[in-house]
Write a protein that binds this ligand. Structure first.
Ligand SMILES: [Zn+2]
Length: 68
């Protein structure tokens, strides 16, 4: 089966996703989408990103916003 180990999220979908709180782009880190501003981590289920603040994991300990 080809494509099984490709990105867990469609790159075109990833390009339009944003953190619902910050309205900024999220980055794919392993199987999580991480907000570059608040550090919340959104999980992906069967290729569907769960972009809900209530469902997000808090920023990792020691996480810092990028670009500052
Ligand atoms: Zn955010």
């Amino acid at each position: 089966m080809e494509g099984e180990n490709s990105s867990p999220v469609d790159p075109e979908l990833l390009a339009i996703l944003a953190c619902p709180k910050c309205k900024v782009r999220v980055e794919l880190e392993q199987d999580r989408l991480v907000c570059g501003q608040c550090g919340r981590r959104y999980r992906v289920e069967d290729g569907i990103p769960i972009m809900l603040i209530d469902e997000a994991e808090p920023a990792a300990a020691g996480w810092k916003p990028k670009g500052k």
